[in-house]
Unconditional design. Structure first.
Lengths: 285, 98
């Protein structure tokens, strides 16, 4: 299927199925632009964590998810229906601009009114039908990153843009299998397998010397460095409290690096080395 | 892992607390940094983290506390590894109470 660009939902906090659907619906309502309705196909890639949340919320099948998502997307699309009708009548069908404005405004008014009452319009749906939404569960076990990818195809026949491309399922087989290292010798000169893995030439690093529990009993300074990911500080708070409880003679210094996606700045690293006898880093999730 | 490698190279014992889902990546990255004994530094906690309540986060911290101590004191986060290392063992919890 030919596709528009994927749009990703980045989420960290959601534990409620209804909120997951609303977050996705809010983004999907703007797919391909606010005046673009009746999109024929859309692949919705749910990450495993979002799918778990939806299952816990009572959505037992992909069909249920698709219906709920379709309805909520139409609800979120309500403010755009009037302008969509106007654009379709005037710009596409070349109707009189005044007529297009009046019709668009009237339809838009009633659709917005219905939306205020929680009634999702279906006269100009964002996606043709619930069956337009193809739900796929994919991605790593960790990370609430779902996405949707609209397909090419808008409106219904005889509109020229209708069904330009249709979704199909085709088995994708690995062509070379999992790479083994070192790579086997090719069977012939016609087959050359090149590994994308890099090769590093580095010195092996031994762990620092540990002094056992006496270091804590003698009252050393323990550093706790927050890498600045959400909720990591709560875990470090608890570790600090437990450390202080079990080893009352110790000092605990708290640090936080500016961002989790870069190594700790050199001045802060050096400060920790100067001030501490050992350091705990967390929390990477 | 970069920070752990730096601290270890400077002679500072370190322990990294991370989601269990990222253990494999941590091992891979540590290998690239030359940190061959990285298993002794890593202290996994149950995923997820970001959407958890404070009580749940504290429970995760409690669950990994002994492992963190093991990493800091003997460079091993599992009891099997601790036994392998002829280092002073951890005190019993009651011995450490104030």
């Amino acid at each position: 299927m030919s596709l528009a660009g994927p749009t990703q939902l980045v989420d960290f906090l959601t534990r409620d199925a209804s909120v997951v659907l609303d977050l996705l619906a809010g983004m999907m309502a703007q797919a391909m632009g606010q005046n673009c309705a009746l999109i024929n196909d859309c692949t919705v890639v749910l990450c495993p964590e979002h799918m778990d949340t939806l299952k816990k919320g009572g959505y037992a099948s992909k069909e249920q998810v698709a219906h709920a998502l379709w309805r909520r997307t139409n609800l979120r699309y309500a403010p755009c229906v009037g302008s969509t009708v106007y654009a379709s009548l005037h710009l596409e069908l070349k109707k009189n601009i005044v007529l297009a404005f009046i019709v668009g405004s009237l339809i838009g008014f009633f659709v917005r009114l219905a939306a205020c009452l929680g009634i999702a319009q279906t006269c100009v749906p964002k996606f043709s039908s619930p069956e337009s939404l193809h739900i796929v569960v994919a991605g790593a076990d960790a990370g609430k990153f779902s996405a949707f990818v609209p397909g090419f195809g808008i409106g219904e026949s005889p509109r020229s843009t209708a069904r330009m491309s249709s979704a199909v399922s085709v088995e994708v087989r690995p062509t070379v299998g999992h790479a083994q290292w070192p790579l086997p010798e090719p069977e012939s000169s016609e087959h050359i397998v090149v590994s994308p893995q890099g090769e590093l030439d580095h010195k092996m690093l031994a762990l620092a010397e540990r002094k056992g529990v006496r270091a804590l009993e003698e009252g050393c300074t323990v550093g706790l460095m927050d890498i600045n990911k959400h909720n990591g500080d709560k875990v470090l708070d608890r570790l600090e409290a437990t450390l202080r409880s079990r080893f009352p003679g110790i000092s605990v210094n708290r640090y936080a690096k500016p961002t989790f996606f870069r190594p700790c700045p050199v001045p802060l690293r050096e400060q920790i080395v100067r001030e501490c006898s050992m350091v705990v880093l967390g929390l990477a999730d | 892992m970069h920070d752990c490698a730096y601290f270890e190279a400077q002679g500072l014992p370190s322990a990294a607390v991370l989601s269990e889902m990222f253990l494999q990546q941590a091992h891979y990255q540590a290998g690239g940094l030359g940190l061959s004994q990285v298993a002794g530094l890593l202290n996994p906690v149950a995923h997820p983290i970001s959407d958890q309540t404070v009580a749940q986060l504290h429970a995760k911290a409690d669950a990994c506390f002994d492992s963190v101590l093991g990493a800091l004191l003997v460079g091993a986060s599992t009891s099997e590894e601790k036994d392998d290392l002829n280092q002073p063992l951890l005190p019993a919890a009651t011995d450490c109470m104030a």
